[in-house]
Design a protein around this ligand. Structure first.
Ligand SMILES: [Zn+2]
Length: 75
């Protein structure tokens, strides 16, 4: 019996960064079969290294900058 897995599962607020626990915006499927989640900050920090070990990278960091069209500062 095979479980049907959606090929492109959207990251939700329940997906948390493995490093700091913030909301995850990047999901990395490792070539070894594991899976890692990163927030935008850690996605940027580990991005280059992740590409070396990742089978697939789901990048949703664009969601951060496309909400409301605000400037860089939070307030
Ligand atoms: Zn993080």
């Amino acid at each position: 019996m095979t479980t049907a897995t959606a090929p492109s599962t959207t990251l939700t607020a329940e997906d948390r960064c493995d490093r700091c626990g913030a909301q995850a915006y990047l999901r990395v499927e490792l070539q070894s079969g594991g899976e890692l989640l990163f927030c935008a900050h850690h996605a940027r920090e580990h991005g280059e290294k992740l590409k070396e070990v990742a089978a697939t990278v789901q990048d949703e960091t664009h969601k951060l900058s496309s909400t409301g069209g605000t400037t860089d500062s939070e307030r």
